[in-house]
Design a binder for this molecule. Structure first.
Ligand SMILES: [Zn+2]
Length: 77
């Protein structure tokens, strides 16, 4: 997983490593339309108007915590 700060609001956005250059996304923090410019390293920039080739969704931040949450501290439903 790759984390890149939104160029607009600075929020950390998480992507699968398979994300490809040219993919478009919308920042969940500020709603800005972004485009993946490069993947090694990951670079984001504001998306320009044009046909959407490959819309991707940033991964929810909660995924970051999966590795450290074994259910021991989970609140009861
Ligand atoms: Zn943002």
């Amino acid at each position: 997983m790759v984390s890149v700060p939104c160029p607009s609001c600075g929020r950390s956005l998480h992507f699968r490593k398979a994300t490809q250059a040219g993919a478009r996304l919308t920042c969940p923090g500020c709603g800005t339309r972004l485009e993946v410019l490069a993947t090694t390293p990951m670079e984001l920039d504001w998306a320009f108007d044009g046909p959407i080739q490959d819309q991707v969704e940033p991964l929810p931040e909660a995924l970051d915590e999966l590795d450290v949450d074994d259910g021991l501290a989970k609140s009861q439903a």
